[in-house]
Write a protein that binds this ligand. Structure first.
Ligand SMILES: NC(=O)C[C@H](N)C(=O)O
Length: 329
């Protein structure tokens, strides 16, 4: 490892399978005491580990409020001479928390998120290994200024593009279209790509009622009619293919846009980006002319986090559009 000086790594446990065990009935559930608290620092002569259990939640119980708590704790660490941060997290919503942090923290030190697919007492448990490699990555100088990173199964992914792709396999985290930017090898942390960095938005409060909807063949307009009210702050639609919608959605879409509700489009495809390609009814060109914002390269859940962060930072109109479409970062 390229670790030369004594460094301090802040570890924030938030729960998830990495902190769970299989019980006698075969169900996997949280423990009263996090098994990771028993982790013996294998790098005692090189790394000082400060551990905090900020909460112990399955990640489906985590939402923007919890993400903001994690963000605030990391911002506090900036004045505490911390050299890196590791966050352990359930994998179900890990990519959303990681991307939320990526958008809201200017991290000169590495911030690494990890989790596990097998709980602490299951054969082949991946928790300790992922935890250890996440610490090594957070302690690596080469991990600085790369945005928030996700380390799982010996791969290093950007929070911006990584996604959970398998329900149970330990190799679940993948980065469609672009691939991981680095590897954890037996003896070093290795990067071979650099993310284009963007500005950060250090929000302090959150807006609510930002929705995510998936398009499907024959999509029913009623789903969007539910959002046609004053409470709705924004909507992300995972559209078909290159970025198209069934024509029967157009009337309600117009109503939502007339209400000045931002409607953001991504593709429901696993690879590629939403683009204004088709000029038929419901095609991307028409949607774009109507005022729908095309968000490039993100999946639906990430685009929703980005919309939430942009709105929470007070962006609207063209500034929100530029932020979401990556015209500015
Ligand atoms: N592997 C996991 O961590 C999944 C778990 N359901 C969670 O997200 O908390």
């Amino acid at each position: 490892m390229e670790i030369l000086l004594m460094k301090t790594i802040l570890i924030l446990h938030t729960g998830g399978t990495i902190a769970m065990s299989k019980n006698i009935d075969g169900g996997v559930a949280p423990n009263n005491i996090n098994p990771l608290d028993m982790f013996e620092n294998p790098f005692v002569d090189k790394l000082n580990l400060i551990t905090e259990d900020i909460f112990n939640l399955p990640s489906p119980h985590i939402g923007p409020e919890e993400m903001l708590l994690i963000q605030k704790r990391i911002l506090k660490a900036i004045s505490e001479n911390i050299d890196g941060v590791v966050i352990t997290h359930g994998t179900d919503t890990l990519e959303e928390t990681a991307y939320f942090l990526d958008l809201t923290i200017q991290n000169d030190f590495p911030v690494v998120v990890t989790g596990a697919m097998r709980s602490a007492n299951e054969i082949g448990s991946d928790g300790l290994h992922n935890f250890q490699t996440a610490i090594q990555t957070a302690a690596s100088d080469s991990a600085k200024n790369k945005g928030v990173l996700v380390v799982m199964n010996d791969e290093i992914h950007t929070a911006r593009y990584v996604t959970k792709t398998h329900t149970t396999n330990v190799a679940t985290f993948r980065t469609p279209t672009f691939g991981p930017i680095g590897l954890v090898t037996k003896d070093r942390i290795l990067f071979y790509e650099q993310l284009l960095l963007t500005n950060y938005h250090p929000i302090k409060n959150l807006v609510s009622h930002v929705y995510l909807v998936k398009a499907y063949a024959g999509m029913d307009p009623e789903i969007l009619e539910f959002m046609d009210n004053d409470q709705t702050n924004g909507i992300v639609i995972e559209a078909l293919g290159a970025g198209n919608l069934p024509p029967r959605i157009l009337p309600i879409l117009k109503k939502l846009l007339n209400r000045q509700i931002p409607v953001v489009l991504v593709s429901r495809c696993f690879n590629g980006i939403a683009q204004e390609v088709y000029s038929y009814d419901g095609g991307g060109i028409q949607l774009s002319h109507m005022g729908v914002i095309f968000c490039h390269g993100l999946n639906g859940q990430k685009a929703r986090i980005k919309l939430l962060v942009g709105l929470s930072d007070g962006l609207s109109g063209n500034s929100l559009k530029d932020f979401l479409s990556d015209a500015v970062s």
